[in-house]
Design a binder for this molecule. Structure first.
Ligand code: PLP
Length: 496
């Protein structure tokens, strides 16, 4: 008493190669169970008599009986002597059709989250583009990454370290990588790091989350650059902190405002080497004043040094952490920009007293970072490949920055003014025409171009209209095509 399609789907299930290892009666039982779960056989529907089904499937009656017995034992069918087998009533709510209807209803309902969960959810999270297109910001060139070399190093690690890489790793990070990072930040960033002060994480974002939740309590204040990196603001909001915006001028965050601010704060977050999004560098006297302020108030300086590898004019200034003799600074670094975002390795250089608490806290989040990737990266750094890659990419990005600047001058000078940065992977541009920022961004998206608006990065949402244009991940030709498209889109808008 199966419909033709139902019988065919049972037959198809039975002969599928993936199911070949199962005994025949189990395959028949699973195939019928699937029909019930999918709602194709509703509650109360009769099943064929075992003799009839055995004939249709060309199997013995005992085989079908065994399948029915199992379905009965699992509660999917009822068997009544004399009248046959029927799909059980209780399956109504378990069927996939019902579940998917229920899922849709529930997904649209307000979730019953806790206060902390609600704050995290409302933050909207930080999601980056999966397939970047011009001019998505902050993305490095990955198409020319030396993958073969990376794979060779990975094979070496697997051969030498063997099955140990398959086990749990040190929550603080593998020793070779911590050593390599300490050497790198000391030499290149002027930090004062040792391997035992490094905590390897999956990202800067994880570091921000740890700082927000380990160093401050809900309701505590934190000074934040204005405009600021959205990922930091979201992490702090989600932790229930009160962000106190502090203006950024041409010399970086206005430290005098912090010193004279009547509302005390327990920490300050900043991107001193290459301010996000303006691109300015915090001057040395302001760095020193900030360190003194932190010492006096026993406050923390959270230093996000996310892309200082890419500095095109001279050397980047040394990091704040290296200037701080009082150990009030937490230095955050990442390989998202210098290598590739999919690597998911970031790190912090911690004051000694924070190493244990932060390491314990990270075990509650994700245990530890993957040992295989850490050991491969350590070799990449020890072998000088990291330095070489960064040098190569610095040249590539400097050229792309020049191309973008030239093309903007040629095709978009009536609409915007580029702020050519001394470093980084993106260029801030200010709109100089009457087109509102949102309209410009929407028009760009319609022609396949991604722009990040600048005004929303300001605490009051009232910054100068403009956008960030990422250039590092796109070839000169891709940049040219995109700039021309953008020019056409803006000219069309201007005519309206
Ligand atoms: C200022 C800043 N910090 C941190 C990050 C993200 O780094 P990660 O991928 O390690 O979280 C970004 C990425 O855009 C950034 O712009």
């Amino acid at each position: 008493m199966f419909r033709h399609s139902q019988l065919e789907s049972v037959k198809a299930w039975i002969v599928r190669p993936a199911h070949a290892a199962m005994p025949l009666h189990a395959r028949i039982q699973r195939a019928i169970r699937q029909l019930i779960v999918d709602g194709a056989l509703g509650p109360g529907k009769p099943l064929p008599a075992s003799r009839a089904l055995a004939r249709s499937l060309e199997v013995s009656r005992d085989t079908v009986e065994a399948a029915y017995a199992q379905l009965h034992a699992e509660g999917f069918i009822n068997r009544r002597v004399g009248s046959g087998s029927f799909v059980a009533e209780m399956t109504e709510f378990a069927s996939n059709r019902h579940l998917s209807q229920r899922d849709t209803l529930l997904r649209n309902q307000a979730p019953n989250l806790g206060k902390r969960g609600g704050a995290m959810f409302r933050s909207g999270g930080v999601r980056e583009m999966l397939s970047p297109r011009p001019f998505a910001h902050g993305i490095p060139e990955t198409r020319s990454f030396p993958l073969q070399l990376w794979e060779r190093l990975e094979r070496q690690v697997r051969k030498e370290v063997g099955a140990q890489t398959l086990l749990h790793g040190d929550p603080q990070g593998t020793a070779p990588l911590r050593r390599a990072i300490a050497d790198y930040v000391n030499l290149e960033r002027g930090a004062r790091a040792t391997a035992d002060r490094i905590l390897v994480l999956t990202s800067s974002q994880q570091a921000l989350w740890l700082c927000a939740n380990m160093l401050l309590d809900p309701g505590d204040r934190i000074f934040v650059e204005d405009p600021a990196y959205y990922g930091a603001g979201k992490a702090f909001d989600a932790a229930g902190l009160e962000c106190v915006p502090v203006q950024v001028d041409r010399q970086g965050i206005v430290v005098d405002r912090i010193i004279t601010e009547p509302r005390r704060a327990k920490a300050v977050f900043l991107t001193p080497s290459h301010q996000f999004p303006t691109g300015v560098t915090l001057t040395l006297d302001r760095r020193m004043a900030l360190i003194e302020w932190a010492m006096r108030h026993q406050a923390w300086i959270i230093e996000d040094d996310y892309d200082s590898e890419f500095h095109y004019a001279g050397k980047p200034t040394a990091c704040v952490q290296g200037l701080d003799p009082y150990d009030r600074t937490i230095y955050i670094g990442t390989f998202t920009k210098s290598l590739f975002p999919g690597l998911r390795i970031g790190y912090v250089v911690l004051p000694p007293q924070l190493v244990k608490p932060m390491t314990v806290a990270r075990t509650l989040l994700d245990g530890h970072s993957a040992p295989m990737a850490q050991l491969t990266l350590a070799r990449f750094m020890e072998g000088g490949h990291f330095g070489a890659h960064v040098r190569t990419m610095r040249g590539v990005y400097a050229q792309r920055l020049g191309v973008l600047a030239d093309l903007l001058g040629k095709h978009l000078s009536d609409f915007l003014e580029p702020g050519i940065p001394a470093g980084g992977l993106q260029m801030p541009c200010v709109l100089t025409c009457d087109i509102p920022e949102r309209t410009a961004i929407d028009a760009a998206r319609r022609v396949g171009i991604e722009l990040m608006g600048l005004s929303a990065l300001h605490a009051a949402g009232d910054g100068k209209a403009g956008f960030l244009m990422g250039f590092a991940a796109y070839t000169p030709l891709e940049i040219e095509v995109a700039v021309k498209k953008l020019g056409n889109a803006f000219r069309t808008l201007a005519k309206l």
